[in-house]
Every structure is written in C-alpha cells, then in structure tokens.
Design a protein around this ligand. Structure first.
Ligand code: SF4
Length: 275
C-alpha cells in the first residue's frame, strides 16, 4: 500500500497509513506526517514537503502524541465537589454539564443582564475562532476575551497602524541586523527560525531583547527586567534622534507628531532606560 495515499474518509481498525496533516498546537500550522496503525496515531513527525516548515517541528509539535494520550488530559466534564481550591472533582455527564451551564448563564442574565457575562477562551487550536463570539452575540453580551490581547492582537494592530498591513520580515534579502524582541522563534516558530538562520549565514547580525537568554547565536543579548522594555524602546529612539540617524524624509512624508515624540523622549536617557 502506498503510505502517502490521500486522507481516507474513515480510518478503520485494520488500516496503516501516513497522513499529511497540519499541527494546530499553535497558529503557525507546520506540516506533519501522522502515522496511523490499527486506527490510532502512533507517530507525528515533520513533513519535509511542507512549503514553510519543511520538516521542522517545535517541542510542542513533537509532543503532540504525549498531549493526546496523557492520562491527565481532560476528556469529560468534571464538577467541583469540595470547597474552591480543594482540588476535589467528580465526573458528570455531558447532559448534566450542559444543563448546569445553561442554568448558570440564565441566572446571571436574569439577575444582572446579559452583559454581566464574559466569555473567555484560549487559542482556537484549529477550530473557527467565531463560535464563541456567535454564542456571546446570541446571548446578548459583547464581552468576549481571548489570549490574543497579550499575544497576536497587539503585534497585528501595531503593525497595521505603522505599515498599513501585517508586515513579515523579508529574510530572503538578508537584512544587516535582525532584532528579536520578546520572541523566541528557535523554540516557537521553526519555519521563521530556518529563514533567520539562513539570513545569519548570509551575514545578518542578531540582536535578542528578552529577559531570558533565548538564543545563544545572538551577537548581542539585552536582558531587560520584565516590564521595562517600553523604557528601553524609548531610550533607543532617543539615541537614534540624538545622533541624527532617523530618516527625515520618511518622517515628513508618512508620520505625524514627530516633535511631540521628541519631547516625550527627552527624559529617557541611557541611564534611565538601560536594562
Ligand atoms: S510551531 Fe510548533 S506548535 Fe506551532 S504549528 Fe509548528 S510544530 Fe505545531
């Protein structure tokens, strides 16, 4: 049997197959090959033919089967059976769980109005991001919260406000200097790290700014105290302007408020901003 056959509509207990799929433990979507025997996945490896990840997987992707099979993985609804924090839980059926949830939601809506309820979720892990928003919408609350407010959204918003689109570095034309600011692609973004390594092999220098020493290949590593990197950014901007390194024609053509920025930067001397 050709192991690289297309995805069978149903894998029965006798089949052995290697299935091309996509890791969705994060949003990078690395290509994986899932080997299935007797209807169960027995290995997950990187797909060398994937156009972006080219066979690389990060430690999360390589642990996919451990996550799937871990005995502590939550597989059914649990209800707290002791005081909050006691760690005591009892198993309940899905029907009982859904009834309890509906009762709780309706009670909050009747007593305090629908907007008293906040729906929160983690990463969508391959499902649509929209289901929970739709549920909240039908329920009558605009209050939906996700991890993206401390993750992707600030990065995406800042990029769109600065460049007009979600910018992606052009490593194929290697820059002179690459700055990784609070970002550890070696462990979290294998496809980008491969591009980055190629750029470094072509001569790009690497500056890593992170409380952790994340990349031993960095030419320079700045380790600011957590929460102080805003001051570091302002201090660097102050030096750029003080030494006349800014692009004046770009600033005239594309920006507003440059004078106000200069005033704002005044207190951020190297002493005050140093990590
Ligand atoms: S970076 Fe890691 S977790 Fe994310 S898709 Fe790739 S292998 Fe999976």
């Amino acid at each position: 049997m050709d192991p690289f056959q297309p995805l069978p509509s149903k894998i029965d207990g006798r089949q052995t197959a290697v299935i091309k799929s996509t890791c969705r433990l994060c949003y990078n979507g690395c290509g994986v090959l899932v080997r299935v025997e007797k209807g169960r996945p027995i290995s997950v490896t990187g797909d060398p033919e994937h156009p972006l990840s080219k066979g690389a997987l990060c430690p999360r992707g390589r642990s996919a089967l451990e996550l799937l099979n871990h005995p502590d993985r939550l597989r059914y609804p649990l209800k707290r059976s002791g005081p909050r924090g006691s760690g005591r839980w009892e198993r309940i059926t899905w029907d009982v769980a859904l009834d309890e949830i509906v009762r709780g939601l309706n009670r909050a809506r009747d007593r305090h109005g629908p907007q008293s309820v906040v729906f929160m979720r983690g990463g969508s892990k391959g499902t649509s991001d929209d289901h929970l928003s739709r549920l909240a919408n039908i329920f009558g609350t605009p209050n939906v919260s996700t991890t993206s407010s401390i993750c992707y959204s600030p990065c995406s918003l800042a990029s769109k406000h600065t460049y007009g689109f979600m910018a992606y570095p052009d490593m194929a034309h290697p820059p002179c200097c690459i700055v990784l600011w609070g970002f550890n692609p070696r462990k979290t973004h294998p496809s980008m790290y491969r591009e980055l390594s190629q750029a470094m092999a072509a001569g790009a220098r690497l500056l890593s700014i992170d409380p952790y020493a994340t990349d031993e290949k960095a030419d320079l590593q700045l380790r600011p105290r957590p929460g102080s990197d805003g001051a570091l950014a302002l201090g660097l901007a102050r030096i750029i302007i003080e030494e006349g390194l800014e692009d004046q024609s770009f600033i005239r053509k594309w920006t507003v408020g440059f004078r106000r920025l200069c005033n704002h930067l005044e207190p951020y001397t190297p002493d005050r901003s140093s990590p």
